[in-house]
Design a protein around this ligand. Structure first.
Ligand SMILES: O=c1[nH]cnc2c1ncn2[C@@H]1O[C@H](CO)[C@@H](O)[C@H]1O
Ligand SMILES: [Zn+2]
Length: 352
């Protein structure tokens, strides 16, 4: 049994977390008041509960509607800096030692900011957060393009421009059904030519064709969620068979950015104990554990790991495996990844 203290103290690595899905409820209330944005609840605790209840919709499309309020209050450099700094501080307090935080710059232009000003504001917020956090943490940005929009090439170029200024990769997000990854093929081909890294939300609200396109057409380094890879695995008693795509994903060690609580809310999985992460972990896929949207799921890295430990009996050795899997899969340069594994992750787990 892992104690709550151990869970909090254990070094954790987070690869899939949305900046606009992780605000503190109090911050949404305060920023909303400052700009006169009407919110469904004015009390912070009630608003926090409202986000979780509303996101508990059983559909990705309705889950995503809750972001209207967080995106609305993140339209000035000051507001974005505050949210970014608080994000880093909250993660550090939860024992996260490395995080890649994503958001869509194109969604923060309503009050006159340019794409560059948005990325700069997030960078300043992250730097501030890393400087004041109660525990050491390294945080980098992933720039997301919205899959139903047509700005992915521009956002991919932005990611390359900022590659030495805190941005380590690119992503596409938003409603999956009807918006296949190949819709943004030019952006992915451009990134490959630039030796840049990217992950793709795939296999969350749509199945194998989405995963297949993300990997075999677009060349994704990692899969956001990827839970539906389970559709290519058949189980007959103790006998487990992998289809060609599932075998490819496992053979190539393609990291799966799994987000258990988020999947329950969008209907991608029925319960934690039935979540495909159990089988995929047993089969030694490159599984990583993530939060997706801490506000909408009312969660944290510690909580996600606690839920898994309870459902599957995981111990500290499993947590170590998840942390090292994630660190190996990070878009940070190899020597920096290795330093975090050898100087931070392993020493803690070796002594516990
Ligand atoms: O689980 C998810 N699947 C797909 N899109 C998502 C998910 N969570 C958040 N976003 C979308 O990504 C945007 C940028 O951060 C958010 O505004 C939200 O629309
Ligand atoms: Zn996501």
């Amino acid at each position: 049994m892992i104690t709550p203290e151990e869970l909090g103290a254990a070094p954790k690595v987070l690869l899939h977390d949305h900046l606009d899905g992780g605000l503190r409820p109090e911050t949404v209330v305060e920023l909303g008041r400052e700009i006169g944005h009407g919110l469904p609840r004015s009390d912070a605790a009630e608003l926090g509960a409202w986000f979780v209840e509303s996101a508990d919709s059983g559909s990705l499309e309705r889950y995503l509607e809750t972001f209207d309020h967080t995106v609305a209050v993140m339209q000035t450099a000051e507001a974005i800096k505050r949210v970014a700094s608080e994000c880093v501080q909250d993660l550090a307090a939860d024992g996260v030692v490395y995080a890649e935080i994503r958001y869509a710059p194109e969604q923060h232009l309503h009050r006159g900011l340019t794409l560059e000003q948005v990325v700069d504001a997030v960078r300043e917020g992250f730097e501030h957060g890393m400087a004041v956090a109660e525990r050491p943490i390294v945080v980098r940005q992933l720039l997301t393009a919205m899959r139903h929009m047509a700005r992915s090439m521009e956002i991919a170029e932005l990611a390359v421009t900022y590659r030495d200024a805190g941005v380590v990769g690119f992503d596409i997000a938003g409603a999956e059904a009807g918006f296949p990854p190949t819709r943004h093929l030019d952006a992915f081909e451009y990134l490959q030519r630039e030796n840049a890294h990217f992950t793709i939300h795939a296999g969350e609200a749509f199945g194998l064709p989405s995963i297949w396109q993300a990997i075999q057409w677009c060349g994704a380094d990692r899969l956001g969620h990827g839970v539906r890879i389970i559709d290519d695995i058949t189980q007959d008693g103790d006998k487990v068979e992998l289809g060609r795509l599932a075998a490819y994903v496992r053979d190539r060690r393609i990291p799966l950015e799994m987000c258990p609580s988020s999947n329950l809310q969008t209907g991608a999985a029925a319960s934690i104990s039935e979540h495909p992460i159990g089988l995929l972990t047993k089969l030694r896929f490159r599984v990583t554990v993530n939060t997706d949207n801490r506000l909408m799921s009312g969660t944290s890295m510690s909580r996600e790991l606690a839920l898994l430990a309870e459902a599957f009996g995981y111990d500290l050795a499993d947590l170590r495996w998840f942390a090292i899997n994630a660190m190996k899969s990070a878009f940070l340069p190899f020597d920096e990844r290795l330093a975090i594994i050898n100087n931070t992750i392993k020493p803690w787990y070796d002594s516990h």
